[in-house]
Design a protein around this ligand. Structure first.
Ligand code: UDP
Ligand code: MG
Length: 137
């Protein structure tokens, strides 16, 4: 069974959207393996988005990620990496029916959710946010 890492970003947590967003995944037969609400520190947020270091939006993204609590989840299910990304919607101009489209935000780094984009990213991101989960299995 495949796993993925999802982060409900601080803007969505502050708007009280955790339950609504989480329920969408669970209704699609994805199993919640771990979930925790926590405030990321600058180091952790920078590590998480290291692939974007040097991009014009990197600093704003990292600051947005530490601006309040995140709700971090590990989901499992068939083809869950791809299915979560489809449910989340594209980075920009997400259509209605997707999570990013249905819960509009200020845009840029404030786009409600993060989902890992590959099996390698899942391992790396779970390693950063749930290190014990990696060594246990
Ligand atoms: N982002 C941004 N401006 C951009 C591109 C990305 O603020 O021009 C933010 C946005 O919040 C996005 C995150 O950086 O979700 C990571 O970018 P990525 O290209 O990995 O998009 P995602 O995989 O989240 O759709
Ligand atoms: Mg990405």
């Amino acid at each position: 069974m495949e796993r993925t890492l999802v982060i409900i970003k601080p803007d969505a947590v502050l708007k009280g959207l955790v339950l609504d967003v989480k329920t969408r995944y669970i209704l699609q037969e994805m199993k919640l393996q771990r979930s925790v609400t926590r405030v990321l520190d600058l180091h952790t947020a920078s590590l998480l988005y290291a692939e974007h270091r040097g991009q014009f939006f990197f600093e704003g993204l990292v600051l947005a990620m530490v601006s309040g609590p995140c709700h971090v989840m590990v989901l499992s299910g068939r083809n869950v990496i791809c299915r979560v990304r489809e449910m989340n919607g594209p980075t920009r101009d997400a259509p209605s029916g997707t999570i990013r489209g249905d819960f509009p935000s200020a845009g840029g780094p404030f786009n409600i959710v993060h989902g890992s984009d590959s099996p390698e990213a899942v391992l790396r991101e779970i390693g950063i946010l749930f290190p014990k989960l990696c060594t246990d299995e």
